[in-house]
Write a protein that binds this ligand. Sequence first.
Ligand code: FE2
Length: 325
Amino acid sequence: MTNPAEYIKGIHHLTVSVGSAQDDIDFVTQVLGMRMIKQTVLFDGSASIYHLYYANADAEVGSVWTTFPFKKAGVYGRKGSGQIETSSFSVPTDSLKFWVNHLKNHGVENSGIIERFGQKMISFEDRSGIGMAVVGVDNDHRNAWQTDEISKENGIRGIFGATIRTRDIIEMDAYMTKMLNFKKVGQDGNFHRYHIKEGGAMKTIELHHVPDMEQGSWTFGVGIPHHIAFATEKDEHNLELKAYIEGFGYTDVTELKDRNYFHSIYNRTPSGVLFEYATSDIGFAIDEPADLLGHQLLLPPIFESRRSEIVKPLEPIQLPKYLNK
Ligand SMILES: [Fe+2]
């Protein structure tokens, strides 16, 4: 029998809470230059909150970045440990000079080109304070989205990885290495790097050990990252993975949740960061054509009868030009 940890293929998506929906759309589509692929709403709780999805040109699992804009609802959180510190995106190393200028042109303060684990990167924040980086990767041949300002050659290929701020390193290390079979591959100062399978883009997680930093919010709230989702293939694998994780004593793995575009289980890790395990066999073209992804607000069938009540409190938004068809 396959060890259920082997069903984890890499990162599926990263999800954060941001400020205004319009600021988010403008930042992600113009500054990051990603393709907007889905407008829907948060399925949990009762507040009307957008759930916006972005990705590379092919809307692939592993390139997906999703946001919950919480400014209009007035929900804020505290930054601290137990949170994702940096969400990082894969770009060619040669493009990093372009990115320094591009970020500067958009008024985004950035670190300039720095190195971690011998890899060149630039760190910065979005308009709501979400920590981000573009990381130089030369063997990532995924298809970047192209914009007026960002060529296909310079564009984001997809997710590179995520850095987690944790007060305690030992239990989180055990969660990832002994249970999930991630491999610890190095330490650079207070950063510890782990590979999923062979590592690289979509398959890199870092722990930033911050023993003296106070715990931050686990809730939704402007500027607070929410979770890392790892890709599995299908429901059966997720159910085996759930039983496997529970067998280690982590009995708080959720039931399989229907997220319309994938099915997911969630588990709070010892670092405080929420891990999701999401299936890859459904995809984003289930409710709109693949070439028109993101062009209208879509609700899951169970919400459709309440559409007007759900849509009314949402911030009016201006979509990127290519979606105004
Ligand atoms: Fe998710």
